[in-house]
Design a binder for this molecule. Structure first.
Ligand SMILES: Cc1ncc(COP(=O)(O)O)c(C=O)c1O
Length: 372
């Protein structure tokens, strides 16, 4: 039987219409593929495109995972130990905490909880791509409100864009890819509107700025955090939300029962037990970020933006960002390239170890700006 006849015929018509035309999320290229492309061994790849932690996770995590004897048993669906451990770290009660397979999963869960088909989500662009992607997968409508020239959220613009269909506003603070934070005052101005305000603090440990202590006082303020960046656990997929209790209960109800693996749950506990080690690596990254910013500023063809995260966003003001991106690739140095209406001719560089940054700067000096 050919695929165009019999039971396979017309299967497209059964697929949800809003998903058929959807463009997929463009995730980053895996390490192995980068190594093959640049013809350098995996250890030699300078991967500065995913805002990952170049120091890796705590050695305690490696040891605990190697010795864990219960991989054949399902993990705790109520995430009890993880939530209790996070209670101490965050300083809010466990009833406010829900863990997910990365903060990505929590973005999706929040939207699944609130959106009916056609409901609106406000996205302060340019920003992290998962907000619009997950909104569309959930059948919501993305309302984009551009940030201003220095990438601050346009609070008045957000308020103007709201109507009775608006359910959720996303604010990444620090924002990806621009690296700037949004002030507590601005966030509170949005919380006062009564719609759900999701403050994504995936890079909190690098900025130190948080609105998490305010969550228990409001019914519509959600803070999302990640272990991917500061704790070096990106591959284990673990993030969490600090969430008003009523919403937290609903999220715990609708999530997949075993959404956080045993490995991820152990990794959180061991990371928090080795917090001094992680704080040292965060400190090293923050200090390297400042050094990188200074070095990039010296290159006249680049305009770096001050960052509160573990990356630096740069406009290429004299030359072609794509050419620079490609020249870096040839040397096994991978950064993120943007050329969209809101992010013209620009690069985002994750902060690596000092030797990575030295190799990057040396190559940028050689490539130069225009022509090159
Ligand atoms: C602003 C922001 N939020 C969330 C995430 C996703 O983090 P996770 O790995 O916890 O899903 C990222 C990852 O790049 C991010 O930049």
């Amino acid at each position: 039987m050919s695929p165009s006849s019999g039971p396979m015929r017309g299967i497209r018509r059964l697929i949800r219409e809003n998903l058929l035309g959807l463009e997929g999320y463009q995730p980053i290229v895996p390490l192995e593929a980068l190594s093959e492309e640049a013809q350098v061994p995996i250890e030699g790849v300078i991967k500065l495109d995913g805002n990952e932690n170049p120091y890796g996770c705590s050695p305690r995590v490696q040891r605990a995972l190697a010795n864990y004897p219960f991989y054949h048993i399902y993990p705790d669906p109520d995430q009890r130990e993880v939530r209790r451990a996070l209670e101490g770290y965050v300083g809010v009660e466990a009833s406010h905490i829900v863990a997910g397979a990365g903060s990505d999963e929590l973005i999706d869960l929040v939207l699944r909880l609130f959106l009916e088909l056609g409901d609106k989500v406000i996205n302060c662009v340019p920003t992290f791509g998962m907000y619009s992607f997950s909104t569309e997968v959930c059948g919501g409508k993305v309302v984009s409100v551009p940030r201003n020239k220095s990438y601050a959220v346009d609070i008045a613009g957000v308020k103007e864009a709201m109507d009775e269909k608006t359910k959720v506003i996303f604010i990444a603070s620090p924002n990806n890819p621009t690296g700037n934070t949004t002030s507590e005052r601005d966030i509170m101005a949005l919380v006062e509107t009564g719609v759900v305000v999701v403050v994504d603090e995936a890079y909190y440990e690098f900025s130190g700025a948080t609105v998490a202590p305010l969550v228990p006082k409001y019914e519509n303020l959600i803070v999302l955090r990640s272990f991917s960046k500061w704790a070096g656990l990106a591959a284990l997929r673990i993030g969490y939300g600090i969430i008003p209790t009523l919403i937290a209960e609903q999220l715990l109800k609708i999530k997949q029962p075993y959404n956080v693996t045993a490995a991820a749950q152990i990794a959180v506990q061991e990371s928090l037990a080795d917090i001094e080690y992680l704080k040292r690596t965060v400190k090293a990254i923050v200090s390297e970020r400042e050094r990188l910013f200074g070095r990039l500023k010296e290159l006249r063809f680049l305009k770096p933006f001050p960052s509160q995260a573990n990356f630096v966003f740069c406009a290429v003001v004299d030359g072609d960002a794509l050419r620079i991106h490609q020249e870096l690739r040839k040397m096994g140095i991978f950064v993120r390239y943007f050329d969209t209406p809101l992010l013209r001719n620009s690069l985002r560089i994750s902060v690596g170890k000092p030797e990575h940054m030295d190799a990057l700067i040396k190559t940028l000096q050689r490539i130069g700006g225009k022509g090159g």
